[in-house]
Design a protein around this ligand. Sequence first.
Ligand code: HEM
Length: 413
Amino acid sequence: MSALNDLNLLDPGFAACPYQAYATLLKEAPVFRMPQNGAYVVSRYDLVMEAVKNTKLFSNRIPNHETSTHGGSNAVAELYAKAGYRRWNPLLGTDPPDHTYYRSLVDRFFTAGRCRDMRPKIEGIAGELVDEIAVRGEAEFVGDFALKLPVYIIADMLGVPRSDIHLFREWSEASLPTGMNVGLDVELSNAARVIEFFLYMDKMILDRRKHPGDDILSSLALGRDKNGEFLEMSGLLGILLEILVAGNETVKDTLATGMIRMIDDPAIVESLRTCDERTLRVFADELVRLECPVQGTYRWVTQDTELGGVKLVKGAMVNLRWAAANRDPAEFPDPERLDPTRRNPGAHVGFGIGEHYCLGASLAREELQAGLRALATGLNGFRYAAPDAKQEYLPNFIVRSLRALPIRFERRR
Ligand code: HEM
């Protein structure tokens, strides 16, 4: 019997160990219909490329998107409405030309050049965080380092005071799409947290309209629609939420899996200490390719079509499985290996590709490089604080997110 019959990618435990299943899909069913919800998982690199480039046929404007990713039952929508908001994703949930317009409001804050200029600041924060944990000799790596680095940086970019940063962690987690049914109670309590975030940012946006600066919030606050009106508040808040979640959770997850690799293979730590800038960058990209915090995202089929010989009818949901495509041996020889000399390190789709290519890819690269280098140069002897404890991942089909990682180490300098 084929291993395909046993696959349940929507099982809450799937995120812990998805890679054997991807290898099976790549070999046996590169466009695979999940029996549990009827959606198709696309794993082969060339097919993911084919779909992602055709935004007319494979659309991001998913009807009832909120229902499929945030629960979004009537009760949840009512909670938002009562607070005067609507939850939607102006970046991830639209196609060109609308999408192009929303991106234009924020793109210039995330260019490679601007992020390169932020390098000393990012390195400074990474160094401070290493110093904070160095004296203790142990840390819960996810909360004490991996999340703090991107949150501090995005909070600075948005002008949020450090004293409020702890709220960002809660908001960011509460707004994660799960891609699976987590129950109405959880959805309602998550929505309540997101509303807190909306209320917080709503005030800041109104303030920027009175006192604008050269920052993301001001650009959003002053953006006008076709009729010359300020953009709808829920849309602006939606963009901020997308930046917050997409930015914090992903970098955190990549750093956490990076730490696991550093513990399991101390030679990596040694290389990170001494390697040149280019190799450091390849390390970071290889981590994103292999660990892929955003494992796969959905598109909606707008007309009957065919992909990889499989018929797809209008209305079908397709999950582009970035994490599987990144291990396609036809594109990446010896795909399971973290290879700092890889010939095509930037060809991975860990940051997506096409119209929705990750807004924060350059920022993420800077954060990952600074974070990895600071850890390797500042600390030594990484090991698990609880070697026998099971590593637990969030039950989530979209992202792969380690809940906690207690570690021990020594100070190096
Ligand atoms: C290792 C870190 C990161 C990874 C692996 C990652 C991955 C991705 C992927 C795969 C997509 C495309 C989703 C799709 O096409 O359906 C995406 C989009 C996006 N990312 Fe990232 N991301 C990372 C870091 C960041 C950071 C630091 C930010 C911002 C501060 C950010 C903001 C966004 C936004 C706003 C989008 C939506 C873009 C759009 O729809 O136009 N990401 N990211």
